[in-house]
Design a protein around this ligand. Structure first.
Ligand SMILES: Cc1cc2nc3c(=O)[nH]c(=O)nc-3n(C[C@H](O)[C@H](O)[C@H](O)COP(=O)(O)OP(=O)(O)OC[C@H]3O[C@@H](n4cnc5c(N)ncnc54)[C@H](O)[C@@H]3O)c2cc1C
Length: 325
């Protein structure tokens, strides 16, 4: 570790003042502290934001608002979230470990950084950590890396499970700056790497995530998350699928499908959704739609298996969600 300044913000204004002068926010600290210990991140100042009034989980008939400081375990255990947005509760239940979920916040989860081995090893080349340094993963050990949304500069997957569920549900990220509040569709919040993989999101420098908002739709209740990983406990996704379906009179009225573990950002599967909408709720429909799950994929030397795996993951989760009462 190296020396840095640590303060606690007593309110939003003082947090935003510190943020505007370059301090990094810390909530649960479950990922920032690791990165600082490994010197992947070296902020001069860190400001604790846990005293901010961002911890409520507010469920109204038409929408859910989750405060950015709500803990992953609190959101997963919320009876209304479990009943009305099961895909959110399941994505959280399948994330990290119980101890981590008790500490880790929703805002921190969205802001977590990639798990690429080369990003986390300061002796390796990584454009995300050091722009222009090159990407050791492209010709290196890339079994866990992305097949969708990659660029010549970066192939790291986005690590958050929650973000996949939120992308499927068209959630909005509520942010605050000294100028006021902003609401951004979550799909516009995350950035594909392109030529600037160090720019991972569209959060204004110094801005705070205050909350995440999700509108309730008929399909939100009939939803779920499937995660495939190398071991059953605290492991990141190799492939995952968030699915929400509105099936009325035997026909798919609305389908929301997103994938994790395969994209450089949480990946909305629009071709799958299109192949489901207006179709009869039958095994043929699930099979034909899931076959589109890897459209546009560019596998690397070690991760070609993800092309078939994401199709099977989506197919299995379509069957599961369609079978929900
Ligand atoms: C062993 C291990 C396994 C894990 N497995 C999974 C997994 O399977 N799935 C998964 O999704 N995640 C997983 N995680 C990641 C975990 O979910 C995150 O570490 C956690 O959610 C981060 O939240 P935090 O509050 O601790 O963030 P912090 O470490 O406090 O902060 C993380 C980042 O977010 C920023 N930040 C925090 N709050 C705000 C805010 N309100 N506004 C703006 N910026 C903010 C910080 O400045 C920092 O850059 C795992 C982590 C570990 C260590």
């Amino acid at each position: 570790m190296y020396p840095f300044r640590f303060t606690k913000a007593s309110d939003e204004a003082s947090a935003l003042r510190a943020g505007a002068s370059g301090a990094r926010y810390i909530a649960g600290g479950t990922t920032l502290v690791d990165l600082m210990r490994e010197t992947v991140e070296r902020p001069d100042a860190v400001v604790d934001i846990n005293a901010l009034p961002y911890r409520d989980i507010d469920l109204k008939p038409a929408r859910l608002r989750i405060g950015a400081l709500a803990r992953m375990s609190e959101v997963a255990a919320h009876p209304g979230v479990r009943q009305q947005f099961p895909v959110i509760a399941e994505a959280l239940d399948l994330s990290a470990s119980a101890q981590l979920r008790n500490m880790a916040s929703i805002g921190g989860n969205l802001m977590q950084r990639p798990r690429c081995l080369y990003f986390r090893d300061v002796s390796a080349s990584c454009n995300r950590r050091s722009p222009g340094a090159g990407c050791a993963a492209i010709e290196g050990r890339n079994r866990t890396h992305a097949i969708l949304g990659t660029s010549d500069a970066c192939v790291a997957t986005h690590p958050s499970d929650l973000a996949v569920a939120l992308v499927a549900l068209d959630a909005r990220v509520i942010t605050r700056t000294r100028e006021g509040e902003r609401s951004t569709p979550i799909a516009d919040f995350f950035r594909q790497p392109g030529a600037t993989p160090d720019k991972e999101h569209n959060l204004h420098p110094g801005a705070l995530i205050a909350a995440v908002e999700v509108t309730a739709h008929p399909e939100s209740r009939r939803s779920g998350y499937l995660k495939v990983r190398d071991r059953e406990s605290f492991e990141f996704a190799i492939a995952s699928a968030a699915v929400a379906l509105d099936i009325t009179a035997g026909t798919v009225q609305t389908a929301r499908v997103a994938a994790g573990g395969v994209g450089t950002v949480p990946w909305r599967l629009t071709a799958v959704e299109k192949a489901l909408t207006g179709r009869p709720a039958t095994p043929e429909t699930w099979r034909a739609a899931a076959a589109r799950a890897a459209d546009g994929a560019k596998p690397l030397s070690e991760n070609g298996f993800k092309v078939e795996l994401i199709k099977r993951t989506v197919a299995r989760q379509l069957v599961t969600v369609a079978g929900m009462p």
